[in-house]
Design a protein around this ligand. Structure first.
Ligand code: CMP
Length: 140
C-alpha cells in the first residue's frame, strides 16, 4: 500500500479536556507518524471555509461555532494507507456507532463534539493539508 498523508484535527472538546497526548498516542500506536502539528484558534469564518462542503446542512452553523469555541490541534499524519487507517483509528462519526478502542468510542461526547476530524479521500487530504500547512512545514 502507498505511503499517504492525511489531515487530522483534534477538536475543541478534546483540547479542552487535555486529551491531545492520549489521542496522539492512538495515532502513533497505529503506525501513523505525525509529520506536522500546530495548535491554533480558528475564527468561525475560517471554520466555515474549511467545512464549506457542509454549508447546506442543518448543523453547519453549530459546527462552525463549535470549531471556533476553543483551540484545535491541526496535524498531518503519514503512513501506509494513512487516509483509511486514520478513519479506522478515529471510529464512526457518531460515537454511539464507534467500535471499541477507537478515539471516538473512548473520548467523543456526541456526533458534534466528536473529538477528531480526518480527511475522507485523497482529494480531501490534499485540499485540507493545503488549507493549514505549507510544504515547508511537513517534515516526514
Ligand atoms: P467531521 O468528520 O469533522 O466532519 C463534519 C462534521 O460535522 C462531523 O465530523 C461532525 O462533527 C459534524 N456533524 C455531523 N453530523 C452532525 C449533526 N447531526 N449535528 C452536529 N454536527 C454534526
Amino acid at each position: 500500500m502507498a505511503i499517504e498523508r492525511t489531515l487530522s484535527i483534534i477538536k475543541p472538546d478534546a483540547t479542552k479536556r487535555n486529551l491531545t497526548g492520549k489521542i496522539n498516542a492512538k495515532f502513533e500506536e497505529a503506525g501513523l507518524r505525525i509529520v506536522a502539528q500546530k495548535r491554533i484558534h480558528l475564527t468561525p469564518a475560517q471554520a466555515g471555509q474549511f467545512y464549506a462542503e457542509h454549508k447546506e446542512r442543518g448543523f453547519y452553523a453549530e459546527l462552525c461555532d463549535f470549531m471556533a469555541s476553543e483551540p484545535v490541534v491541526v496535524q498531518v499524519l503519514q503512513g501506509e494507507g494513512a487516509i483509511l487507517k486514520n478513519r479506522e483509528v478515529m471510529g464512526a462519526t457518531n460515537p454511539a456507532n464507534a467500535a471499541d478502542g477507537t478515539i471516538r468510542k473512548e473520548f467523543a461526547l456526541s456526533v458534534g463534539e466528536n473529538s477528531v476530524h480526518g480527511s475522507d479521500s485523497p482529494a480531501s487530504a490534499e485540499r485540507e493539508i493545503g488549507f493549514f500547512f505549507s510544504g515547508l512545514e511537513l517534515v516526514g
